[in-house]
Design a binder for this molecule. Sequence first.
Ligand code: ADP
Length: 486
Amino acid sequence: MMVASALLALVIGAVLVGLLLAIATLRDATEAEGRSKDVSIAAVNLEKTVLDIETAVRGYVVNGDSFFLIPYRRSRAELPQRITTFQELTQHNPAQRARVKALVSRIHTYLSVYTEPIIDIFKDDPRSARSSIAQREGRRYVEGIREHFRQISAAEDEISARSAQTASERADLAIGLGALGLILSGGFVLLFGVYLSRSIARPVRDVATGASRLAGGDLKVRLVEGGPGEIGNLTRSFNSMAERLQHGRTELEEQNQLLRASERAKSELVSIVSHEVRTPLASVLGFTSLLLNRDTDPETSRRYLEIIDAQGRRLSALLDDFLDVQRLEEGRLELNSERVDMALLLREQVELFEAQSDLHALELRVTESPLAVRGDSNRLAQVVGNLLSNAIKYSPEGGVVHVRGERSNASVRVVVEDEGLGIPDAQQERIFTKFYRGDAATSGIAGSGLGLAFARAVVEAHGGRIGFTSAPGRGSIFYLELPTAA
Ligand code: ADP
């Protein structure tokens, strides 16, 4: 903007200087013309005075009347003043000054050599004075003087014409320059306006539009960066501000989601506690009250006590599961690192669960050779137990549960496949989340929603991974992979 303003000022300045020059030239020309006119007038006056002298002298000599000496003397008296004026006016021009000097000397010569002597001669000898020789001599002098006047006039005319010509040329040039300057400065103002509008007004308008969209909640709005100086800074700052706002909002949304998830987990925990704790607790309280308030035979008392014991253990196991998951997640659960044969572990677990249900058949396929991994055998047994227990629990109609143990690359792979309910697509993402039970909670299948969360934490702590595929209504396949022991 500074450069553009400076250029504009320069163009306007040049135009003004051009116009001032034109005015000055015109004034000089006018002055020169006036001076030439003054010179011409002074020349005419001087010439007239000389001619008056000549006429008076001739009148005096021809007529012999001393009356003619009156205009002669008057003109002679005027002559010095006229000569001085004429000299002053032609002072500035050396060529004219030289011509005037010659003229003046010629006039003086005419006066001293002709007019004064002829008057004197006339007094003594009128005939000689009137002689044609004397008259011719007089005319010759006057003619010479007039010739000088003609030369001076011609030279003055030429000077005047030359200065008029120069003035007209300069004026034309100045007018041309002025017009060019006006066109240039007009164009420049136009360009400057376009530049201002493109590089300042438009980006500022974009920023204003962007700001109102931002205020309206559209945090994705971004401006085209660039533009001169502060405009460039403005667009860049706007974009980084929008970026930070969007980032802040994303963070807030994520935190919000986490908060909601934790809120959900809390309410699920409350429902688990109220359901899973209340049922065994009700049994414990009910049978304790029976034992206290009624007389029961030892057989019945023993049965009641066994129920109380089983329900108490269930409660304790629930608490243990919860605390284990909590500790695992916080990295506080200590895991043994021993050599574990997963083939053996699978055989033991399948045997343990086989007796649990008459509806289900457990089919184990496992290699004869050991499937050695390194880890905590009790926790790994818990994990496999959870998978088997789920396969049975979530196949209420019964069916075959296939269990496989195999080597896969550098891993030991365990697969538990059931023909049960399967897991709806919408729930699949969340089943490893603590306390999440999907439809199980409402369908009356007992559980805490902790088994898979625990399993995943244990498997990952062993450097392995756990996953599943499931077809709702047709069954699920859960698998885990653990690194083979060296
Ligand atoms: P729970 O104590 O409810 O069984 P888990 O953590 O073991 O808790 O499992 C979480 C949820 O995943 C279950 O409530 C159930 O909805 C679903 N699930 C787990 N295993 C299976 C399976 N084999 N078939 C169908 N659903 C399953």
